[in-house]
Design a binder for this molecule. Structure first.
Ligand code: B16
Ligand code: MG
Length: 217
């Protein structure tokens, strides 16, 4: 029984949200926009372009496309500078164990992320080889909650979407998984991710029997 296990990146495998926040905060400060940790929650699972628009909306700032393009480049260069020293210690608790279990059980393993920087992050943290398939921000035209990213992952694994399981930390990602008719597993707070089929705080709460249940059902 081979299922497709699709992992989101930021918030599921690694906590890159803290680096996105630092980089966006620099842009916001330069534009005199107040951008808080709370505001950063709005950017989770959201594309880079949409993230900038949300920040500009927060500050009620209008900008030309030229300026926006410039800030998008600046933000990404700054973000990448935080990734230079990234290593396996940044993999969130329980993730390695889950990936290894899925490998041992010969399951399909995919990444389904909005990030255009997914590959270097998987390389630096040493888990690239676990993934049979990578679908990221470079491969899709429609952002979550559109199911494109997850449907593409299942298709590349040659597994029916009904036999796919998605691990996600964002509301938009859970909605995308549900629209794809996949099993949705929320990683985070119950109150936020209540649309998910299952919810856990993190991967340390996901044990072998739960994975075996997902494989056999
Ligand atoms: P990049 P995920 C998402 O990753 C992040 O949650 C979101 O905050 C970020 O804006 C987006 O990737 C794009 O990232 O600027 O690296 O292309 O959660 O879908 O893995
Ligand atoms: Mg995420």
């Amino acid at each position: 029984n081979r299922k497709a296990f699709v992992f989101d990146l930021d918030g599921v495998i690694v906590d890159t949200a803290k680096y996105h926040f630092l980089a966006w905060q620099k842009i916001a400060q330069a534009l005199h926009i107040n951008f808080t940790h709370e505001d950063n929650e709005l950017l989770k699972g959201v594309s880079r372009i949409r993230s900038l628009d949300i920040i500009l909306e927060l500050g009620n700032v209008q900008a030309s496309q030229e300026d926006k393009d410039k800030w998008l480049i600046q933000k990404n260069e700054d973000y990448l500078s935080y990734l230079v020293d990234m290593d396996a210690s940044e993999i969130l608790p329980g993730v390695f164990k889950t990936l290894q279990l899925l490998k041992d059980k010969n399951q399909g393993i995919a990444l389904g992320s909005a990030s255009k920087n997914a590959r270097p992050i998987l390389e630096k943290t040493g888990i690239l080889s676990y993934f049979d398939v990578i679908v990221d921000g470079n491969d899709v035209t429609n952002a979550k909650p559109d199911p494109e990213v997850f449907l593409k992952a299942a298709q590349l694994l040659n597994i029916d979407p009904k036999n796919a399981i998605v691990f996600e930390d964002s509301v938009a990602g859970i909605q995308a998984a549900n629209r794809a008719e996949m099993v949705s597993v929320g990683i985070g707070e119950k109150t936020v991710l209540h649309e998910a089929d299952y919810i856990f705080n993190d991967f340390t709460e996901i044990d072998q029997s739960f994975i075996e249940k997902l494989i056999s059902q």
